[in-house]
Ligand binder design. Structure first.
Ligand SMILES: Cc1ncc(COP(=O)(O)O)c(C=O)c1O
Length: 391
């Protein structure tokens, strides 16, 4: 049979229209280069603490290796509910929790739950691209409110946001603390946004994966602290960053009970569930992980402070002090092609940074540096960056 008569095998047009991650585009050619200091991806450099690994091993040995309920192991759903209730200062019931196979999977489930082809999803920019790409894959149009730096801080124009919400998009995605800018929405802004979303019947989707990685206080403000259980609000969270569990692939959602059965269906037809023994280890992470988390944030604060101080002192760099998350996102005067610059920086100077263009409108002209690393390593990376900028 002549297979070429129907053309080359290919994905559907929508999938083909989504571009590759520009961070990967910089990193892929250099993955085997041992000399490079890798600050391009967003993950803590510490390995998962052994008490969490031991809990997973124990669970496996105890035979916790079978299918589990789609919504998650009940004991973990309860542990997450108790943890979130404590953080948010109001009761969050276990029947509102869905354990997912990563924060990214949680985002996909929410998009599948709510977004029809042709819908508009509103979000901010610069932003971690996976949120908008997941929406585009569902056939949505993504409307971006471009943020800007005012008085040394990333700022969201609340009037522009209010106008956009009034046009009734299907959903508004807010990631705070934000990847890549480190911006954190204030409690007062969250109240305004929640009121507007209520008024216009817009779903408010909050990505809170960095809620514990903040450098003043110990928790980012959260809409869940002010929302009612049956508001159109869904929070996305993850085990990845708090407890150095990026490779374990587990996250969770907090959603109104009225959509939980539908989320169970979607979970069943996506991953079925997060892995069983990973869920049992998750209970240990939440229950016993506070001192590890405090250590992690302390280390990150040292990294942030060093990177900020060095970048802010450089004549070609304009930067802001991140309030949370793992990144410095800075503008380089005279750099108009961040992809080419980051590729050269990796190949020639052996520092791996993410190009700002990867994060959408407002990102070009910037670089993102993940400061989750030893200060000595960060210092060497900054030396190399300064040499590159001096050329
Ligand atoms: C803002 C944001 N949300 C969600 C995630 C997803 O995390 P994971 O899929 O590892 O749970 C990330 C990871 O970088 C992120 O930066």
């Amino acid at each position: 049979m002549n297979v070429s008569a129907v053309g080359r095998p290919s994905a559907r047009a929508l999938v083909r229209s989504i571009s590759d991650s520009k961070i990967r585009e910089v990193a892929n050619p250099f993955m085997a280069d041992a000399e490079i200091i890798r600050l391009w991806f967003g993950e803590p450099d510490l390995p998962t603490p052994s008490f969490i690994c031991d809990a997973a091993t124990k669970a496996m040995k105890e035979g916790k290796t079978f299918y589990v309920p789609s919504l998650g192991v009940p004991e973990l759903r309860q542990a997450v509910a108790d943890y979130q209730s404590r953080l948010k200062g109001r009761p969050i019931a276990a029947d509102r929790i869905v354990i997912t196979a990563s924060g990214m999977s949680a985002i996909q489930l929410v998009v599948q739950l709510l977004v029809d082809p042709g819908d508009t999803v509103l979000t901010t920019s610069p932003l971690w691209p996976n949120i908008s790409e997941a929406s585009r894959l569902a056939g949505a149009t993504v409307e971006l409110i471009e943020m800007s730096v005012k008085n040394g801080s990333w700022t969201l124009d609340m009037q522009r946001l209010a106008d956009a919400i009034a046009r009734r998009p299907k959903a508004l995605f807010i990631n705070s603390p934000c990847n890549p800018t480190g911006w954190m929405m204030t409690a007062a802004e969250q109240k305004v946004v929640l009121d507007l979303c209520r008024k216009h019947g817009v779903w408010l989707l909050v990505d809170e994966v960095y809620e514990r990685i903040v450098f003043e206080g110990d928790l980012a403000p959260s809409v869940l602290s002010i929302a009612e259980p049956d508001d159109r609000v869904i929070a996305i969270n993850s085990f990845s960053k708090n407890w150095s569990m990026t490779g374990w692939r587990m996250g969770w959602l907090v959603a109104p009970t009225s959509v939980i059965d539908d989320l169970a269906k979607l979970q069943e037809f996506n991953t079925a569930s997060a892995a069983s023994f990973v869920q049992w280890a998750g209970i240990t992470a939440i229950r016993d992980g506070e001192s590890f988390l405090a250590h992690q944030v302390d280390r990150l604060r040292r990294g942030r402070d060093l990177v900020h101080q060095r970048l802010a002192a450089h004549p070609r760099i304009r930067t802001t002090k991140p309030a949370g998350a793992l990144y410095s996102f800075f503008a380089v005067d005279g750099m108009t092609d961040s992809l080419a610059f980051a590729t050269r920086l990796a190949g020639k100077d052996k520092v791996g940074l993410a190009p700002g263009v990867a994060f959408g409108p407002g990102g070009e002209g910037h670089l993102r540096l993940c400061f989750a690393n030893e200060v000595e390593t960060l210092s060497r990376a900054l030396d190399r960056l300064e040499i590159a900028l001096g050329r």
